[in-house]
Design a protein around this ligand. Structure first.
Ligand code: BGC
Length: 772
């Protein structure tokens, strides 16, 4: 872990250039707008270690599966988020020598991600090997207002020479995914056109026929005056560009504005792509760079109004939470229900950029509280639309009925291919059911059940029904051969979490069925018919609920992660020599599997989800047993532990886990940020403040807060949207204040007492030091 970024409330700042950390910074400083995004690569050529990455949401490639030993049931392909046309490129030549920071002495380097206004900027002075000194300043946005538009202002000042500067803005589609299974390139060229003022390039994926048209225009000014020089037009395979040669004197300022548009066949007919890109581009260029910056700042201002968290007295924690919120808001904006949230967002390629259970288990709560409920609803509808594929998946694996959602997907089809995860990590079905509950419980939108939710719930309940088996001598239903959330154990029997979520799904499905039957009789009849729902099925679910087997250790008073867990030698992480950590980089897989060490919350994940069903003592006993043997080697782990630690009053632990989740990428805790940021776990960071320190729950249609102060902060505040109101909750040791920023009144419970906050009103209650 190397901390090299400057602590600042609103910005991420890097104050010197180090090729060793360049790829980490490329991830951390990524910018996007939900529709597209990319890593913080340099505009000018850079020949040092770098992952050039530009990504378009929903544009993917089914890369043929590569495994050592094929197992029946494996998917044919792994869906990769596609690294697509590099639209940011502006090559610079200084009297014929390329400006390339890998070959220059670099001073006064500064890179800033301004999270308040959504800009990425960079400045430096570079001295070339032949002694030419230039000062460069660049600022770049991916527009939150015009989703197809990215824009750059790049300025150059020769400091100690007169000569010729060549400027080559370009589009380069000759791009390869870093993780391509067979070292193949995934794009073919369809058409291109380069002109003196810009050009366009259309590429198509070798499979699935996604078309992406990128187009660019540029303006060059010398000391504020447009440069009239003739451009040399460049066309190569999957490449268009224009080179302009500008004679300069020392001290002159050369400014390049580059506007780029990226449109895809996901939104336009093939014949419309070029026109659509040109139209977007023309309107952006006409608006001008300053106007684009202004509207960007306004759009981000609006986002922050809804989702900011303010922490007083701890700038590092403040920066971290804003970084997490910023990344989430630039990864998924929720307008398009075909999209989802890849574990790396637009910051890298690892994990394929597809949908994991991360969305339901971690991201849905963030969007539920910080955006219009339609956005979380879209995430649910995404899974509804994949129901048929989930049923096909279950059939493919030999189930007679029900649906098994994929572990990893782009279009509803499974594309993960490690048997212990693909076939065994079936708890993802539970998280998808839980998200429906979470949404309905939070929003009160019970109509969702009849509209979409019930169908998904019934098919998941059916899957669980078939997946368990009855054991006569125990008079219990068991579930054999699964992998729980803790991926450091595979093929275990009776993973408590999976059994618990399976039974819970059946309970909730029965409750949802009863609700729809009682309140929407004709819809119920329609659904019962469509689903061919049998009474014998619902009766069977009730029986399974009553007789589900839950491994437990009576003596310790804990739930057992799985049947054989206590046969393991129990050693605490504090007793492992630091040189053995992280285990996944230091130990053989064999050794990890046999050890007691836990990758991420497992039993504790269940105690978080179903928190209202377990008392504090139960949570405490389980936390005290499991946390000390957990290595948190999944980014999804610290947040759940932070939330539970807050609830249990373990302030130091809650804070330690908060820092670990919130600064995971900023401080490169897991030594893997160069692959991309851990975007989905960022929603967990938000949860650790709002659900953890803030103690937010929704119980019986009521907002409940139990705020505590982790002890390092003067105060903190967060925003939550709840059933039409937007509330700002501010917590100090002395007081909890809830201000209603809307006209819609809200009733809530704070530290066990009931309050009503009128439209635009404020209530105050006892502070964070109150113990409940
Ligand atoms: C975790 C999974 C998670 C995946 C993607 C893995 O390391 O164990 O729970 O779904 O990463 O974030």
């Amino acid at each position: 872990m190397k901390q090299y970024l400057t602590i600042n409330e609103w910005s991420i700042i890097e104050e010197s250039f180090d090729p060793q950390t360049q790829e980490i910074s490329e991830s951390v400083f990524s910018i996007g707008n939900g529709y597209m995004g990319g890593r913080a690569n340099f505009e000018e050529q850079y020949s040092g270690p770098s992952l050039q990455g530009s990504y378009m949401a929903g544009v993917y490639y089914p890369d043929k599966t590569r495994v050592g030993w094929w197992k029946n049931g494996y998917p044919e392909y792994f869906a990769k988020v596609l690294n697509s046309t590099n639209w940011i490129g502006i090559n610079i030549g200084l009297d014929g020598t390329p400006l390339d920071l890998a070959n220059c002495t670099v001073s006064e380097f500064r890179r800033v991600l301004n999270m308040k206004e959504g800009t990425l900027s960079r400045s430096f002075t570079a001295t070339t090997q032949d002694g030419k000194e230039v000062k460069v300043e660049s600022i770049r946005i991916v527009s939150m207002v015009r989703q197809e538009i990215g824009a750059i202002r790049y300025s150059l000042t020769p400091l100690n020479f007169a000569g010729n500067i060549t400027v080559t803005p370009y589009l380069d589609g000759d791009i390869k995914n870093k993780d391509s299974n067979y070292d193949e390139k995934f794009w073919n060229e369809v058409e291109k056109k380069a002109g003196p003022e810009g050009g366009h390039l259309t590429l198509k994926t070798k499979k699935l026929d996604f078309h992406v048209t990128s187009a660019f225009v540029f303006d060059i000014l010398l000391n504020g005056e447009p440069v009239a020089a003739e451009a040399e037009v460049l066309e190569q395979d999957k490449y268009v560009g224009s080179t302009v040669n500008v004679p300069v004197q020392s001290g002159d300022q050369l400014v390049i504005y580059k506007y780029a548009a990226n449109v895809t066949s996901r939104n336009y007919g093939l014949g419309q792509l070029v026109d659509a890109a040109s139209a977007a581009l023309q309107s952006a260029q006409e608006a001008g760079f300053v106007a684009l910056l202004t509207e960007q700042a306004t759009a981000w201002g609006d986002k922050w109004k809804e989702s900011d968290i303010i922490i007083e007295g701890d700038v590092s924690a403040q920066q971290a939470i804003r970084f997490n919120i910023f990344q989430l808001n630039q990864t998924y904006t929720g307008e398009d229900d075909r999209l989802n949230i890849g574990p790396k967002g637009f910051t890298g390629e690892k994990y394929g950029g597809s949908t994991y259970w991360d969305t339901e288990a971690y991201c849905v709560p963030f969007y539920l509280s910080t955006a219009d409920s339609a956005i979380a609803r879209n995430l649910l509808i995404y899974r509804y639309k994949h129901l048929e594929k989930a049923k096909e998946n279950a059939r493919k694996l030999g189930y007679r009925k029900g649906a098994l959602y994929p572990m990893v997907t782009m279009n509803g089809e499974e594309c993960h291919n490690e048997w212990e995860i693909t076939f065994e990590e079936i708890h993802r079905n539970g998280a998808i059911a839980y998200a429906i509950y979470n949404y309905v419980n939070y929003t009160g939108d019970k109509a969702y059940l009849g509209q979409y939710g019930l169908e998904v719930l019934v098919e998941i309940a059916r899957f669980w029904e078939e997946r368990v088996n009855y054991v006569a001598h125990k008079d219990k239903y068991v579930m054999l051969g699964v992998t729980g959330p803790n991926e450091y154990e595979n093929n275990v029997n009776n993973n408590w979490y999976t059994n618990r979520m399976a039974a819970w799904t059946m309970e909730y499905t029965l409750e949802a069925l009863a609700y729809v039957q009682e309140n929407e009789g004709s819809r119920y009849a329609e659904l019962a018919d469509k689903l061919e729902l049998l009474e014998s099925e619902t009766a069977k679910w009730s029986e399974i609920i009553a007789k589900m087997y839950y491994p437990a250790d009576e003596e310790r008073g804990i739930f057992l992660q799985q049947d054989g867990f206590l046969d393991k030698e129990i050693i605490q992480v504090k007793d492992v020599l630091p040189e053995n950590l992280p285990l996944n980089q230091k130990w053989s897989w064999d050794r990890i599997l046999r050890s007691c060490f836990i990758k991420q919350a497992d039993v504790l994940q269940g105690l978080y989800f179903l928190g209202d069903r377990y008392d504090l003592e139960t949570k405490k006993r389980n936390f005290d047993f499991y946390e000390p043997i957990t290595v948190h080697e999944s980014s999804l782990s610290p947040c759940i532990h932070s939330i539970l630690a807050s609830e249990l009053g373990y302030k130091e632990k809650a804070y330690e886990m908060y820092l670990r989740t919130s600064r995971l990428d900023l401080d490169n805790y897991n030594n893997d940020t160069e692959d991309g940021c851990h975007t989905t776990s960022m929603a967990g960071t938000w949860m650790s403040v709002v659900h953890g320190f803030g103690g937010l729950r929704v119980l019986n249609d009521r907002l409940v807060l139990n705020p505590s102060n982790p002890g390092h902060w003067t105060s903190y505040s967060f925003k939550i949207m709840f059933r039409g109101s937007r509330l700002k909750v501010t917590v100090t040791d002395a007081q909890v204040t809830v201000s209603n920023e809307t006209e819609v009144p809200a009733s809530l419970t704070i530290h066990g007492k009931e309050y009503m906050v009128n439209g635009l009103g404020t209530v105050s209650a006892g502070g964070a030091s109150v113990t409940v």
